[in-house]
Design a protein around this ligand. Structure first.
Ligand SMILES: [Zn+2]
Length: 381
């Protein structure tokens, strides 16, 4: 099943690696890839208005099915005109399926072949999420891209547990595909299989047969090391169809993004820019800045020279003061800066791939972050 309103246009593959430059066309506009989606768990990116979000360079937003179906409920979102009208975000929106909560809220979940039963973290009410129900909820939410319900397990896990979850994910993906009705909504399959190259390959082959509009690599960033994650990308990304977008779910640090782009991934989401922003950590080309650090008290420089975001109109000393005084503007400005940092990083990556120079670009960025990390280690805690 491929929704015809969607098309992935591959412009070029970098000459030195698998990095891809493409455009994903959706009913709410194009997404230039590789791209990063800010996370709007509750239909809002925490602390940031949609106009501010647009100015960070964001093209596509992620919203969370599990949270929105518990509160306010998908029928209310539908009555208020669907997620675009509800949130005020005019660009493309992707919704996850709730599968990740099988992992993150596992002590409250029972999984069977029919689906999963959650206990609400809000009021204890139980909620059934089958592959068909996850599609129906996302159709009511009216996102541009819906994700199939998958079975995520935490790593490390026994081989048979990982294999069972992968095979269930494939069966659920078929049921999701067969129940999807909206022509204006694309459905992405999710490759599972833990750290096992053979299970990943088997899953990728089975899902490709089902002909999804895009493919996600799921079940990563769940306790494995970065090297293990990159090894999974090395074996999985080349097995996915070249003419569909590839989405690495829930990842990651700036280093993770460049390592995944290098291996042929096109799309990302992560709470890190906003969560770290609320926790007084700013991303820069010279590594992370801890804004409560005394060394910034009289620092007149912006967070990052040349950054066009509203936080960078101020000095580091002023931003530090906002955090020390618990002024709400501090977390807001830092969230906007971090989102802008991620968007500029991906925009630079796209330009570098366009020139066929992603390999030296990646080397330069990684070297800057590594030097900063080494400096921080020498300085001590
Ligand atoms: Zn900035």
């Amino acid at each position: 099943m491929r929704a015809s309103a969607f098309r992935f246009e591959l412009h070029n593959v970098d000459r030195g690696c698998a990095a891809r430059r493409g455009t994903f066309h959706t009913p709410h506009g194009p997404v230039e890839m590789p791209a990063f989606m800010p996370v709007g768990t509750q239909g809002a990116v925490k602390g940031v208005t949609v106009d501010q979000l647009r100015h960070t360079g964001a093209q596509m937003m992620l919203a969370n099915t599990y949270h929105l179906t518990l509160r306010p409920g998908e029928s209310i979102v539908e009555k208020l005109g669907g997620l675009h009208a509800f949130s005020g975000w005019p660009g493309p929106i992707l919704t996850d399926s709730g599968g990740f909560q099988l992992y993150s809220l596992a002590q409250m979940t029972k999984v069977s072949e029919a689906g999963a039963v959650f206990r609400s973290h809000i009021d204890g009410r139980s909620l059934e999420l089958s592959p068909e129900r996850a599609v129906a909820i996302q159709e009511a939410l009216a996102s541009d891209v819906a994700m199939v319900l998958d079975h995520v397990v935490s790593l490390p896990a026994a081989e048979d547990v990982v294999a069972d979850a992968m095979q269930r994910t494939v069966r659920w993906a078929r049921r999701a595909r067969d129940s999807a009705r909206r022509a204006d909504q694309a459905l992405f399959g999710i490759v599972q299989g833990g750290l096992d190259p053979e299970l990943r390959a088997e899953c990728a082959a089975a899902l490709t047969q089902l002909d999804f509009s895009g493919y996600a690599i799921g079940g990563l960033s769940v306790g494995e090391s970065p090297a293990e994650m990159y090894a999974v990308l090395d074996v999985t990304a080349p097995l996915l169809p070249a003419d569909r977008p590839r989405y690495l779910m829930g990842v990651g640090t700036p280093t993770d993004l460049l390592e995944a782009v290098y291996r042929g991934v096109d799309l990302f989401d992560c709470v890190m820019p906003t969560r770290n922003g609320r926790n007084a950590m700013a991303f820069t080309d010279a590594g992370g800045l801890r804004m409560r650090n005394l060394s910034l008290a009289e620092d007149k420089r912006p967070l990052e020279e040349g950054c066009p975001c509203p936080a960078c109109r101020h000095s580091r000393g002023y931003l530090r003061h906002l955090f020390m005084a618990r002024e709400m503007l501090g977390p807001i400005l830092l969230s906007i800066h971090n989102l802008t940092y991620y968007q500029r990083l991906l925009a630079e990556a796209r330009a570098a791939i366009g020139r066929g120079e992603f390999v030296p670009f990646r080397q330069r960025k990684l070297a800057g972050w590594r030097t900063a990390a080494a400096r921080a280690d020498r300085a001590g805690p």
